[in-house]
Design a protein around this ligand. Structure first.
Ligand SMILES: NC(=O)c1ccc[n+]([C@@H]2O[C@H](COP(=O)([O-])OP(=O)(O)OC[C@H]3O[C@@H](n4cnc5c(N)ncnc54)[C@H](OP(=O)(O)O)[C@@H]3O)[C@@H](O)[C@H]2O)c1
Length: 190
């Protein structure tokens, strides 16, 4: 017996989350060690995962100057989530979430680090992000132009200033973080 979209007994057509679940994607936070990321952004992403609104293969990349391994980064995110998330901490959700976490060490003027970021995203693409990347610049405003200069050279052309303060799923499955203070870049989705 083939179970189709309509006949899948595990799906409930009244579940309005289905249309809002993000497609394959990865999100990069610049300035991930800062106050905003620790208290607001990382917990908010976990909350989305906990509510079933992110795909299991979701990738989360932190970019910063500290000499952290991926596991150091995971420990930091876990602490941030346990302290500040709005939803309860669930070990099973965390286990899935942390598998897609990577840390890239570098400053904003470090071309070699941007190359490492490119390699990390390529790896996450293989894992399921499928070339859909969003970037959040959670950094002092005076530093954002350096990031914005570097990313297009890596193949992400569009630059937009965002005003709203929500995370939205756009057609095609790319996640954009929108913020009054932040900027996002995204590779167009075919
Ligand atoms: N905090 C809030 O609640 C809040 C609220 C609304 C808006 N904002 C805005 O959101 C942005 C981030 O806020 P924040 O408080 O998280 O900022 P922050 O702590 O001052 O900076 C964020 C991160 O940027 C990195 N950074 C700072 N100077 C750098 C440099 N010269 N070179 C490379 N990296 C540098 C640091 O990471 P490493 O040293 O680890 O590399 C730092 O952890 C800012 O534009 C702020 O105005 C913040």
């Amino acid at each position: 017996m083939t179970i189709g979209h309509e006949s899948n007994p595990l799906r409930d057509s009244r579940d309005r989350r289905l249309a809002r679940i993000a497609g394959p994607s990865a999100l990069v936070f610049f300035g991930v060690t800062g106050d905003l990321a620790r208290k607001k952004l990382l917990p908010a992403v976990y909350d989305l995962m906990n509510r079933g609104l992110l795909p299991p293969s979701f990738g989360l990349v932190g970019y910063g100057r500290r000499e952290w391994s991926d596991d150091d980064f995971r420990a930091y995110v876990r602490e941030s989530v346990q302290a500040h998330a709005r939803t309860s901490f669930r070990e099973d959700v965390w286990n899935q979430f942390q598998k897609g976490m990577r840390f890239v060490q570098g400053a904003f003027d470090d071309d070699a680090a941007y190359e490492r970021l490119k390699g990390t995203l390529a790896e996450l693409d293989e894992r399921g992000a499928q070339g859909n990347h969003a970037f959040y610049l959670s950094i002092p405003r005076r530093l954002s132009s350096r990031c914005c200069r570097s990313l297009p050279s890596m193949g992400w052309p569009a630059v937009r200033k965002m005003r709203a303060q929500r995370m939205l799923a756009l057609g095609g499955g790319v996640w954009w973080w929108r913020s009054r203070s932040g900027m996002t870049l995204s590779r167009p989705v075919s």
